[in-house]
Design a protein around this ligand. Structure first.
Ligand SMILES: Cc1cc2nc3c(=O)[nH]c(=O)nc-3n(C[C@H](O)[C@H](O)[C@H](O)COP(=O)(O)OP(=O)(O)OC[C@H]3O[C@@H](n4cnc5c(N)ncnc54)[C@H](O)[C@@H]3O)c2cc1C
Length: 392
């Protein structure tokens, strides 16, 4: 694996670093203190659009490469953004987690219609993905949001929770079931557009950390979606492509989520290392050893993220590697933040230090996009043939 970053990527990292230091870190701290997400009309988002950010990776059907830049670049930039503030990074305009299912499941017409406006957006635009439900998180096969056919379209009924940026999104990729009796074979993905009749009851969830972006629950009450918004079109309906498409999406996004955890862990370590130095604690071998140990684990986690991304760029299967990265990085990040809290002692306990914020932010990284437990099950299925106890 080539570990070098090319000149273009290095330049991008430096740009993100400057933006992170000057804007993302202060905005993330402010959102944390206020306890609410950055509003959609905040001038920062319009500024990002002017800087050419908040765009899709997709460069159009005619492009030689399907993505504007590859998974490896995404992972490197995700780590750098999350180093400064992961909550602000997720609040960035863009198609968000909804991009991966559009790329893996969508037709050319659907990519053009839903991702096209994100190529050179005229204003901050968001997309979202809603899989999780009040009664179905890890057990994705257990989603109950129902989709049934009516003349000219589909009617969706159910409730979704914790969907990033959902209330400000132009559209939300919603996973639903056409027949709960079919388990995962019944899953289909629909693009529900803002203002669709029956889409509503948006409620921003209260979170312990990552407050800069909204995680939102909403309901679909006999929500009408045109036929053209079934991802993959009619052929996807017959191929029962929904569940596999969701899994492919997670394989695409998990390495970047894991890389974000690496960035957050690095931030916590840098902060607590500086505190230890300023307070004469680095003379204690036990503290030095523990700092070095967590730093080693974060570096190893970064390599797992890069490996999973490289396989994605080579269009090779990466489910195992994506799960490895997602299982390892959040745990290392959380340990880094926990160590920081120990080193800061009562300063951390006062609740107004960056390390304390990172401690709350980092916890969620083990939960989003499949918990650590679930990643270990996915890995065990491949590494030691752990049998599936449920096929849905
Ligand atoms: C900050 C944040 C952002 C999120 N963003 C999104 C989003 O944008 N879109 C979206 O759809 N969802 C999102 N989610 C939801 C997230 O994907 C779910 O929270 C996650 O899948 C876990 O589901 P759950 O919370 O229902 O926990 P549960 O599935 O109820 O799990 C509870 C505990 O049991 C463990 N567990 C469950 N099953 C097993 C098993 N078979 N074996 C061993 N242990 C098991 C889990 O590891 C966990 O520790 C977000 C969540 C958070 C916290």
């Amino acid at each position: 694996m080539d570990l070098r970053l090319d000149a273009g990527l290095r330049t991008r990292v430096l740009r993100v670093r400057a933006l992170g230091r000057e804007r993302m870190r202060p905005l993330g701290l402010e959102a944390d203190r206020l306890g609410r997400p950055i509003p959609a009309d905040h001038p920062f988002f319009a500024e990002l659009v002017r800087l050419g950010l908040g765009r899709t990776r997709w460069s159009g059907e005619d492009a030689a490469e399907p993505g504007g830049f590859g998974a490896r670049a995404v992972v490197v930039l995700a780590e750098e953004m999350a180093y400064w503030d992961r909550g602000v990074a997720v609040a960035f305009p863009g198609p968000g987690l909804g991009e991966a299912p559009l790329l893996s499941l969508g037709t050319a017409e659907q990519r053009e219609r839903f991702l096209g406006p994100f190529r050179t957006p005229d204003r901050p635009r968001w997309g979202a993905l809603a899989m999780t439900e009040p009664g179905a998180g890890s057990d994705v096969a257990g989603i109950r949001t129902a989709a049934h056919r009516e003349a000219g379209g589909w009617v969706l009924s159910g409730a979704k929770s914790f969907a990033a940026n959902a209330s400000r999104a132009d559209w939300i990729v919603v996973f639903a079931t056409v027949d709960p009796g079919l388990g995962r074979d019944g899953h289909r993905a629909f693009v529900v557009e803002r203002g669709a009749p029956g889409l509503g009851d948006f409620h921003v969830e209260h979170k312990m950390g990552l407050k800069a972006y909204e995680s939102t629950s909403f309901t679909l009450r006999d929500c009408c979606v045109p036929d053209a918004n079934l991802l993959g079109g009619e052929s996807a309906y017959d191929r029962r492509a929904g569940f596999k498409g969701a899994m492919r999406s997670f394989n695409a996004t998990r390495p970047a989520i894991a890389a974000m955890a690496v960035g957050m862990g690095r931030a916590a370590l840098d902060e607590s290392h500086a505190f230890a130095r300023a307070n004469g604690l680095l003379g204690r071998p036990r503290i030095r050893d523990r700092l070095a140990n967590v730093r080693r684990r974060l570096r190893a986690a970064r390599l797992l993220c890069w490996r999973a991304a490289q396989l994605a760029d080579e269009r090779r299967p990466n489910a195992l590697e994506a799960s490895m990265a997602k299982a390892v990085a959040p745990a290392a990040a959380f340990d880094a933040a926990m160590l920081g809290m120990e080193i800061l002692g009562e300063v951390g306990g006062r609740g107004d230090s960056l390390v304390e914020k990172l401690f709350r932010d980092a916890k969620a990284m083990d939960i989003v996009e499949g918990t650590g437990q679930i990643q270990r099950i996915v890995m065990a299925r491949q590494l030691v043939d752990l049998p599936r106890d449920r096929e849905g």
